[in-house]
Design a protein around this ligand. Structure first.
Ligand SMILES: CC(=O)SCCNC(=O)CCNC(=O)[C@H](O)C(C)(C)COP(=O)(O)OP(=O)(O)OC[C@H]1O[C@@H](n2cnc3c(N)ncnc32)[C@H](O)[C@@H]1OP(=O)(O)O
Ligand SMILES: CC(C)C(=O)C(=O)O
Length: 517
């Protein structure tokens, strides 16, 4: 094993999905997993297979479709969780089971209600049982950040002897300061003495997640658990883009360590995750925020114009931000220029159907907008690939509303080769649209969240709408995406898109159950 290589373990699809409002459906998770593979992550934690049939389905389908990254599922130190994890990852070319139990006094006493002896017994059994399915077993000492070093050593000894190949030391509640976490990692790395890889998984409750990850690397950790855009439970996890770019930019400070991440794919991955979850990184977010490479003040602009490195420690191109695109697309552009542009933007696996449909939308957009920007094109392609299931398709929308009038929506929807039209009134325009769609489709959605952002600046900017809708009490919420220069049209499309997502997931799970019976 190369001692300078840092294993990048991405948990966007597991811990990232634990961010409130960030759940993704199976198709969306597959898209993210394939992009993570392209990004070059070593391990993809694809979910927690035992958590629900939907999670199991997502992990197993990712296992079937991703080849270059190892696929992993999380499981408690519980036999059935481990078995579900093993079944879900079994078809992957490379796979791992990640099992865990908490080792801090507070978790053992109040949450697990177990003694230290019981925890060690459960940990050993979990690893031994996982080993009956796979060779690669990771064990996490949950809440390591608040655990006692002497007890952690006992647990580590026991699980390494049982066959654990990676030992993860999560700072579950983001409690540790970088100096303290570094000291803990150093002591436990020395203790492990190369019998297992030492990993860290840092939460951001005090805004220290990435600093802690880097301190761990400087002190011997050789796996980092990270998420795209820093998503994760509560304040999130250490962001992949931050840790990886810090290692790349300041490798000299870490004794020459490196990752195998293709950093040019970072921006595309961040955009994909933001679009799918509807959660945009803050504008001043390091590496992927809208302002990360923007220079506002005169002295800075003057400096950058004279020599880029006066105010930039990384090149935007190194993380895949394309600033100087020379090919301007507009209404006179053809398919060749469009294809060339999307390839330049990094979309090299777009099918012909996706390209043709996106090209049609581009032409409509180009008629309405003076200049179609790279961000517009990026959104058109992403939206196209996210809205493949067209069980219901919105084909017409007319709204009327005035200050003293009654908000009304007339909607036409295509379904099974037929088109249905209906109209309804509501408390507001959006309410009227949703009520009409509900009546036409026969489903009654409950809107949980609604988010609208503009893709670029200007009065003619594209509106990107993300809706999160619940369609029945037994299913989770489903995310829908809509894109248009007209916000209400984008809203209607996003609502229909969430319904399509719900119906296709339901259909797939029903087919799966039929097969199993
Ligand atoms: C720090 C982290 O991010 S951990 C990962 C968090 N992810 C998730 O929780 C995934 C989503 N979770 C779920 O779907 C559910 O919680 C399930 C399916 C895992 C379990 O559901 P339930 O059986 O209903 O249990 P519930 O969630 O109410 O409580 C968790 C139980 O697991 C126990 N437990 C928690 N962690 C572990 C562990 N690592 N090993 C063994 N048992 C554990 C708890 O003590 C509790 O046991 P109790 O019911 O005897 O008190
Ligand atoms: C289960 C572990 C890895 C975790 O997510 C945490 O402790 O935060």
């Amino acid at each position: 094993m190369d001692n300078n290589k840092i294993v990048v373990f991405d948990t966007t699809l597991r811990d990232g999905e634990q961010s409130p409002g960030c759940s993704m459906n199976t198709e969306e998770k597959i898209k993210v997993a394939k992009q993570l593979e392209k990004l070059g992550v070593d391990v993809i934690e694809a979910g927690f297979a035992a958590a629900s049939p939907g999670d199991f389905d997502a992990v197993s389908r990712i296992a079937e479709q991703v080849e270059k990254s190892s696929i992993c599922s999380l499981s408690r130190a519980v036999e059935n969780d481990i078995k579900q994890a093993a079944l879900a990852v079994q078809k992957a070319k490379m796979h791992r089971i990640h099992t865990f139990i908490a080792t801090s006094p507070i978790h053992m006493k109040y949450k697990l209600k177990m003694s230290e002896e019981e925890v060690i017994k459960r940990a050993i059994h979990a690893v031994e049982y996982a080993k009956t399915f796979v060779d690669d077993v990771e064990f996490s000492l949950e809440d390591a950040g608040r655990s006692e070093i002497s007890f952690m050593k006992e647990v580590m000894d026991a699980v390494i002897s049982a066959g654990a190949t990676t030992i993860n030391l999560p700072d579950t509640v983001g409690y540790r300061l970088p100096t303290e976490l570094g000291a803990m990692v150093k002591e436990l790395t020395d203790f492990a003495n190369n019998r297992a890889i030492i990993s860290v998984h840092n939460h951001n409750d005090l805004g220290l997640a990435t600093a802690n990850t880097l301190s761990a690397v400087a002190n011997g950790a050789r796996q980092i658990e990270v998420t795209i855009n820093g998503l994760g439970e509560r304040a999130g996890n250490s962001a992949l883009e931050e840790s990886v770019m810090a290692i790349k930019t300041r490798g000299d400070a870490f004794g020459g360590v490196y990752t195998d991440i293709n950093t040019k794919e970072i921006y595309a991955t961040s955009r994909l995750v933001a679009t799918i979850t509807g959660v945009e990184p803050q504008q001043n977010k390091a590496i992927v925020g809208k302002n990360a490479f923007a220079h506002e003040s005169g002295i800075h602009q003057d400096g950058v114009l004279k020599h880029q490195e006066t105010y930039e420690i990384m090149k935007p191109e190194d993380v895949g931000v394309i600033k100087d695109s020379t090919l301007i697309l507009g209404k006179h552009s053809g398919r060749a220029a469009f294809r060339d542009k999307i390839t330049t933007l990094g979309f090299d696996s777009v099918s012909n159907e996706e390209l043709n449909s996106a090209f049609e939308k581009f032409k409509i957009l180009a008629d309405k907008k003076k200049e179609v920007t790279d961000d517009d094109i990026r959104m058109l392609i992403t939206d196209e690939s996210l809205n493949q299931d067209k069980i219901f398709e919105l084909v017409g929308l007319q709204i009327s509303d005035c200050s003293n009038g009654v908000p009304t929506a007339a909607v036409s929807i295509k379904h099974n080769d037929g088109t249905m039209t209906d109209a309804n009134i509501g408390n507001g325009t959006m309410d009227a649209i949703f009520k009409t769609i509900d009546r036409l489709t026969g489903y009654n959605g409950e809107l949980q969240s609604y988010n609208v952002t503009s893709v670029t600046e200007g009065k003619d900017a594209l509106a990107k709408v993300t809706t999160r809708v619940v369609f029945d009490e037994t299913s989770p919420s489903f995310v829908g995406h809509g894109l248009s220069v007209d916000t209400m049209l984008a809203t209607a499309n996003a609502y229909v898109s969430a319904l399509n997502s719900y119906l296709s997931q339901k259909e797939r799970l029903a087919k799966k159950t039929e097969h199993q019976v």
